[in-house]
Design a protein around this ligand. Structure first.
Ligand SMILES: Nc1ncnc2c1ncn2[C@@H]1O[C@H](COP(=O)(O)OP(=O)(O)OP(=O)(O)O)[C@@H](O)[C@H]1O
Ligand SMILES: [Mg+2]
Length: 295
């Protein structure tokens, strides 16, 4: 049974001329125990997808089944309960409460569940031990490094023992050593049989995943199964995607190179807005599960 099943899911923001299609007819099935990395350009719908799967947002159209149950049919408290008990969230910005001590931040989800104080503290302490931060339990978030803050956020995400972890760019604000620690933790959670769904911009981090989704303009363009430890080949790699370069591609790469050398020289001041073009169809030749939809 799929733990997550989306059928024809779309998400629109705004209306009329100002409508943004953040997701378009997404089909996706995730089995229990998969570690799915989601990649794609800024604005391609990665966070929107995770927010819908994490029950933080509603789709505009389509069907979503979580552990075989139709989410649309859940009343709002059943929905909140499912979100609290089944899903743990980790965000790029950590989202810890600054005035609460580390241990109180970790214990917070248990307070919403009505657990008694002593039990909450004991459990939170165990979680902090698990992420290697028991000695920081009584610090404030402002006294911790970025990597430590993210490990606290992971402890908080795990305290209700959710079976699905949703992480939106968990290493986005971290240096490589802290990223590694955070990823090792997520990997441990995965090895215990949990399902992990994570957005990343860093191809190196896809090593931890068993499957990689590439999004473009609100659609899952490629869906690649791989072994954990292996680096996913990005769609730009010529040996994975055979596609003739157009003049426009050549021009773009030339101007990107010029931009890089200009930046080194400190010549470029304000960043120009990147203009996105519609994707060209590319012939796919790699080992994949197949495209989720034909475009
Ligand atoms: N609350 C909102 N109101 C209006 N438009 C939104 C809202 N949230 C997202 N969008 C739009 O939906 C599209 C997808 O956004 P989303 O945040 O999912 O992208 P993303 O792939 O996560 O990008 P990034 O890599 O920059 O985080 C974008 O065009 C964005 O502007
Ligand atoms: Mg995002």
């Amino acid at each position: 049974m799929s733990v997550i099943k989306l059928h024809d899911v779309s998400k629109l923001y705004g209306f009329g001329d100002a409508t943004t299609v953040a997701l378009e007819d997404v089909e996706l099935e995730i089995q229990k125990g998969e570690f799915v990395a989601v990649m794609g350009p800024s604005g391609s719908g990665k966070s929107t997808l995770l927010n819908i799967i994490g029950l933080l947002d509603h789709p505009s159209a389509g069907l979503y089944q979580l552990e075989g149950r139709s989410v649309e049919k859940l009343r709002s408290n059943a929905r909140a309960k499912a979100r609290r008990d089944k899903i743990g969230f980790v965000f790029q910005s950590f989202s810890l409460l600054p005035r609460l001590k580390v241990i109180d931040n970790v214990a917070l989800p248990l307070a919403y569940k009505g657990r008694l104080l002593g039990r909450r503290m004991k459990h939170a302490h165990n979680m902090l031990e698990r992420v290697g931060l028991a000695d920081r339990a009584y610090y404030l978030p402002s006294q911790l490094s970025g990597g430590q803050l993210q490990r606290v956020a992971i402890a908080r995400a795990l305290i209700n023992e959710p079976s699905i972890i949703i992480a939106d760019e968990p290493t986005g604000n971290l240096d490589s050593a802290s990223s590694r620690l955070v990823m090792e933790l997520l990997s441990e959670i995965h090895k215990l049989g949990n399902t992990v769904l994570m957005v990343t911009h860093n191809p190196e981090i896809t090593r931890y995943a068993s499957r990689v989704l590439y999004m473009y303009d609100g659609s899952i363009e490629y869906d690649v199964q791989k072994s954990v430890g292996q680096l996913a080949k990005t769609p730009r790699e010529p040996n994975l995607f055979a596609g003739e370069n157009t003049d426009e591609d050549t021009l773009q790469s030339v101007s990107a190179t010029m931009k890089l050398s200009d930046e080194k020289e400190g010549l470029l001041q304000p960043k120009k807005k990147k203009i996105r073009r519609k994707p060209r169809k590319k012939k796919f030749v790699g080992t994949t599960k197949g495209r989720s939809k034909s475009s």
